[in-house]
Design a protein around this ligand. Structure first.
Ligand code: CP3
Length: 341
């Protein structure tokens, strides 16, 4: 069993640094594109056998040290009563953006086993297939990032409308975050009960906030999710982009592993997070679009900045870019496997 990933999350010593990629399923893999010719993203999530297949594809092709369940951060919102579509090359678009307390009150808290049975079945299938080989990560979007999709009428990285709600209608904001936090906690717990061996909370766009706003408007909700999962015994990972100034606050939310994007050197990020917490990251995904020797140097630089300390999970600083050559992903796995020898 390659439990390197789980051991590194717990800051136990490992023979070599484990590696996996955010957004490793889909995107750049030709075998995924082939399946997408026949099935939409939503369909894949409703067909356990197909979901199993796309979850396994990057493990087979790249030999990464963890699988991540194929789903989307939007997946649990549909059973919560939200109607949306995922526009190609754009991202999720909500049909009726949330504006008022009534809109928030309409968000349901489903029984997750009944709401998304195909996803939970896919988890069981993946576990059976990967037993003794590769651990499976479950995930969800964090309350802030989901709230920003629900409020803005199109994907936005500066979160202006979202902040407007925080400042102008704080009671609506807090009710929304409260409901999302309960929903996400339940969805992650259901994934753990079905068999995922770690969970990652994606707060992709939280870097739009100042540390003070993060503390006031976001931290209590992300913390509630991590606290609610603490007793389940699986490592909890937390990731956002543009978070160099927020790393100490993200740490306070209580995850076991905090992700860093590429805008901050890994050693500096780890100092800010604290060496008593594991770190994940942080090669710039765009480096994989360049020449191999440059990529290798950059990857070795990330490894060197971990300074041999236990508790480093190698990853990109954000998801794999859609046009990344698969050969570069394969090469990167090899480089990290060989380490700094
Ligand atoms: O990591 C994995 O490989 C598992 C699957 C996964 C998907 N989305 C599948 C997907 C994961 C972990 C996600 C998370 C996700 N989704 C995030 C957080 C991570 C990040 O990148 O910041 C966010 C912000 C989303 C929202 C979202 N969904 C976006 C921005 C897009 C891209 C739109 C596009 O066409 O580029 C999606 C769609 C999506 N989710 C795709 C995949 C494979 C691509 C579209 C497709 O295949 O139809």
């Amino acid at each position: 069993m390659s439990d390197l990933f789980l051991r590194a999350c717990r800051r136990e010593p490992v023979e070599r640094t484990p590696i996996w990629f955010m957004r490793q399923a889909g995107r750049s893999l030709p075998e995924y594109r082939k399946i997408r010719e026949k099935h939409s993203l939503t369909e894949i999530c409703r067909l356990p056998e197909v979901c199993l297949e796309v979850t396994l594809q990057p493990v087979r092709r790249l030999g990464v040290d963890a699988a991540i369940l194929f789903a989307d951060i939007m997946t649990p919102l549909e059973p919560m009563g939200v109607s949306f579509e995922i526009k190609e090359h754009v991202g999720p678009v909500i049909h009726h953006p949330i504006q008022t307390a009534d809109d928030v009150a309409r968000l349901r808290l489903p029984e997750w086993e009944e709401a998304l049975p195909a996803m939970l079945q896919a988890i069981r299938l993946v576990r059976r297939e990967l037993a003794g080989k590769t651990p499976l990560i479950g995930f969800a979007g964090a309350p802030f990032t989901l709230a920003s999709y629900l409020i803005e009428n199109k994907p936005s990285r500066d979160a202006t409308r979202t902040k407007e709600m925080m400042y102008r209608a704080p009671e609506v904001w807090h009710a929304l975050m409260d409901r999302l936090a309960d929903g996400i906690r339940g969805w992650l717990a259901a994934q753990v009960h079905a068999g995922v061996q770690a969970v990652q909370l994606f707060d992709s766009w939280v870097g739009a906030l100042s540390p003070a706003d993060y503390r006031e408007f976001v931290l209590p909700y992300s913390r509630r999710i991590f606290e609610g999962l603490a007793g389940l015994g699986v490592p909890r990972l937390h990731f956002g982009t543009g978070t160099a100034m927020l790393l100490p606050q993200l740490r306070e939310a209580g995850a076991d592993v905090v992700g860093a994007d590429w805008r901050i050197p890994l050693d500096e990020a780890w100092r800010r997070i604290g060496h008593d917490c594991a770190i994940q990251g942080n090669l710039d995904p765009a480096v994989l679009l360049g020449p191999a020797d440059r990529m290798e140097r950059a990857a070795r630089d990330v490894l060197a900045r971990a300074e041999g300390r236990p508790g480093h999970v190698f990853n990109l600083g954000h998801g794999v870019l859609p046009d990344t050559p698969v050969a570069n992903l394969e090469r990167l796995v090899e480089v990290v496997r060989n380490g700094l020898r």
